[in-house]
Design a protein around this ligand. Structure first.
Ligand code: SAM
Length: 259
């Protein structure tokens, strides 16, 4: 596919090609997008990462204060991004369109004695309910967007001091592309990458600080989850497990963008 136009157009086109073709989706016995919110629970002991460092730098800035030092976590899931800096903030605001995620976030904040507020809904539509925060964090949500500029503008406007966005170096589901070929004969276009996200920001006049780093390897992927994602029935989980064993281990390159 030849791509022309702006970086935002390119992002939209790349993201549009990531969908599941309707004829494959029609065969799915279960929703391929279902996530168990419990899998997104924040670690008790947050790892030291460039994203956490960038958030701490924002929270440590000297300057006039307006109310409690606040962190807005957009697409918070269980709150991994904001709870990692909760000791340096006075209020966490979690935004998510999945109520189950907000329940996990709220329960964890309560257990840890962290002041919080939740906003249920789709970013950027709910930006006015979320309000302004000192630091705005948005981890592993960018590739869920198709129309990127309004999403990014709302993050930027909501931040009194700055925004920290964490992304995988390429679309987080791109590693499944060989399995789409194997099980469905579906050859996908190349995925969007963090460089494409940077290009959209630059086009908006924002020059983010970019830090690339590697997260530790994860446990082997759950073949049942992968089968569901590939719209396959449970009786094919064995075949999926065999296919997964043939995929070489992938580096988990992660990118922190801050502005
Ligand atoms: C991959 S999870 C990441 C969760 C968390 N930020 C983390 O790093 O562990 C993406 C989360 O963003 C939420 N989400 C995706 N797009 C969203 C949007 N436009 N508005 C609100 N929530 C969104 C999903 O429900 C999910 O909880």
């Amino acid at each position: 596919m030849t791509r022309t136009g702006t970086a935002a157009d390119r992002w939209r086109e790349l993201q549009d090609t990531r969908g599941i073709p309707p004829e494959i989706l029609a065969t799915a016995p279960e929703s391929p997008w279902r996530h168990d919110p419990k899998h997104f629970a924040a670690p008790a002991d947050p790892p030291d990462t460039p994203s956490r460092d960038a958030a701490l730098a924002l929270l440590g800035e000297e300057g006039p204060r307006r109310g409690p030092l606040t962190v807005l976590d957009v697409g918070c899931g269980g709150g991994t991004a904001s709870l990692a800096v909760a000791d340096h903030a006075e209020l966490l605001v979690g935004v998510d369109h999945n109520p189950g995620m907000l329940e996990v976030f709220a329960a964890d904040c309560t257990t840890r004695g962290v002041a919080f507020r939740t906003v249920l809904g789709e970013w950027p539509a709910v930006h006015d309910q979320a309000g302004i925060a000192d630091a705005v964090l948005c981890h592993h949500v960018g590739y869920n967007t198709v129309e990127f500029p309004p999403f990014l503008i709302a993050l930027t406007v909501a931040a009194r001091r700055g925004v920290v966005m964490e992304l995988t170096a390429q679309h987080p589901m791109a590693w499944l592309d060989p399995l789409w070929v194997r099980f469905h004969g579906l050859h996908r276009e190349p995925p969007a990458t963090a460089d494409d996200a940077v290009a959209v920001l630059q086009e908006m006049g924002i020059q983010p600080t970019v830090v690339r780093w590697e997260r530790p390897a994860r446990l082997p992927e759950d073949p049942e989850w992968v089968a569901r994602r590939l719209c396959l029935p449970l009786d094919r989980v064995g075949e999926v497990a065999e296919a997964l064993a043939e995929i070489p281990p992938r580096p988990r390159v992660t990118v922190t963008l801050s502005w």
